[in-house]
Write a protein that binds this ligand. Structure first.
Ligand SMILES: *Cc1c(COP(=O)(O)O)cnc(C)c1O
Length: 435
């Protein structure tokens, strides 16, 4: 919480009040947005250091500005740690977001008019895989993976046929609605035959991959792996690209000077800290995330929710997806949950292919942040009960919110990182840090 000094400017006061309210909102809530997470207190400290003011265009040892001596040390350490954690041949740590990483990879591998095979947004694909975002900006012709709604995954056999027929330049895996590992191995032979490169967008699942869970795209045949650094990977907001050595030069040029001038140096230091923490605690964290997701999926199903993919064990990731359309729209369900202090998002499901974004059938929940806050199976059961009481038993969300806030009081520290004294995440006092 930010402790206020006396402030006389109304605008500043308004902004600080909103920031303060935001802090309290999340302190009291159960954060279950599948694309979010919480950094360790130490990583968070990096974000307010002097690094946030500086420029370091170029690469380690070859900068366009003076003053980069220590930035070089930090960046080379980040690269070294990332390579170690992901057993990657090459890494670029400069993209400032996952979309930035994707567009850089598209520029590195393709030219306008080339074809890309990716997942449709309603099947879980990200907007940057589609014609109205990064893929379209690069001028790529977008073809979609054949999808099996029942298994919530790409249909492997039809995918191979599609690759041979379409002959794409890029085969893109990865998704935002992402329950099960994608068939990367199964695409390798056909990719080779038509001369396609494979990109795996690990934005959502990077933290699981770091912990040896879900799948290992770089070993399964992906040429390039892009990601955000702040979803299941609990780092600062940012992006990252891993690749085989032979793509290193194209990737580097597509990032700088292609799509980034100055990368965010405070985020870089926080990424280095998070990566070191994941080397120590990643396995334990990823395991608990997946266990929690499987547990809450089953529990919600037993309470009467239409949780997708029962036959396939509900999920192998941090996500659980509920088709709520027999009772509410996804948006109404998410709003009711928010009123009770449980923050999830409404999500398109494959059957919503022709619906607009306000009329979706699903809610997507992620357990990674609750896991970071020390929650395990016992707590998943309590959370599932809250969700049942709001959505199935019709209890008043505003009354339930008090119980949610009370429960959350015990979960205010971040786990799976080094202990940073008693002053953990939410009691963080910016003005105490003499940086
Ligand atoms: C979130 C997401 C991204 C983009 O992430 P940003 O870091 O927000 O730019 C890219 N791909 C997928 C699959 C995602 O879910």
């Amino acid at each position: 919480m930010i402790r206020w000094i006396k402030i006389f400017d109304k605008n500043i006061q308004d902004i600080l009040d909103a920031v303060n309210s935001h802090q309290s909102y999340w302190r009291d809530a159960l954060p279950m947005i599948a694309s979010e997470n919480i950094t360790s207190p130490l990583a968070r400290c990096m974000l307010i250091t002097d690094l946030s003011h500086r420029y370091a265009e170029g690469k380690v040892g070859h900068r366009f500005y003076q003053g980069c001596r220590y930035i070089d040390e930090i960046e080379s350490k980040t690269i070294e740690l990332s390579k170690e954690l992901f057993k990657a041949e090459y890494v670029n740590v400069q993209p400032i977001s996952g979309v930035n990483a994707n567009i850089s990879a598209f520029f590195a591998l393709s030219k306008p008019g080339d074809k890309i095979l990716s997942l449709k947004v309603s099947d879980g694909g990200h907007i940057s895989h589609a014609k109205y975002s990064a893929a379209g900006l690069r001028g790529l012709k977008v073809y979609n993976h054949p999808f099996d709604n029942e298994r919530m995954n790409i249909d492997e056999e039809k995918m191979v046929d599609t690759i041979l027929k379409v002959r794409p330049r890029i085969i893109l895996f990865g998704a935002s609605l992402f329950l099960f590992p994608h068939p990367v191995k199964e695409a390798v032979e056909a990719a080779r035959e038509v001369g396609a490169d494979i990109i795996y967008d690990a934005a959502h699942v990077l933290g699981l991959i770091a912990g040896g869970k879900f799948q290992d795209p770089l070993r399964e045949g992906a040429d390039i792996m892009t990601a955000s650094t702040h979803k299941t990977f609990p780092g600062p907001q940012g992006g990252i690209i891993f690749c085989k050595k032979k793509y290193a030069n194209e990737i580097d040029l597509a990032v700088f000077p292609g799509t980034v001038s100055n990368h965010h140096l405070h985020h870089l230091a926080a990424l280095a800290i998070t990566t070191a923490e994941m080397i120590n605690f990643g396995k334990e964290y990823a395991e608990q995330v997946v266990n929690n997701a499987k547990y809450i999926a089953k529990d919600l199903y037993n309470r009467g929710f239409d949780v997708l993919c029962k036959k396939h064990g509900f999920t192998e990731s941090h996500q659980v997806v509920i088709d709520i359309s027999s009772i509410f729209s996804g948006k109404d369900a998410a709003t009711k949950l928010e009123d009770a202090g449980i923050v999830v998002n409404a999500n398109l499901l494959p059957k919503d292919v022709n619906s607009n974004v306000d009329d979706v059938s699903g809610i997507r929940i992620g357990v990674q942040e609750l896991t970071r806050l020390g929650m395990r199976e016992k707590e998943m059961k309590m959370v599932a009960e809250f969700i049942e009481r709001v959505l199935l038993l019709g209890e008043k969300p505003s009354i339930l919110k008090e119980e949610v806030t009370e429960m959350k009081k015990k979960y205010q520290n971040v786990f799976y990182c080094f202990d940073f004294g008693k002053d953990n995440a939410y009691s963080f006092d910016l003005f105490k840090l003499k940086i």
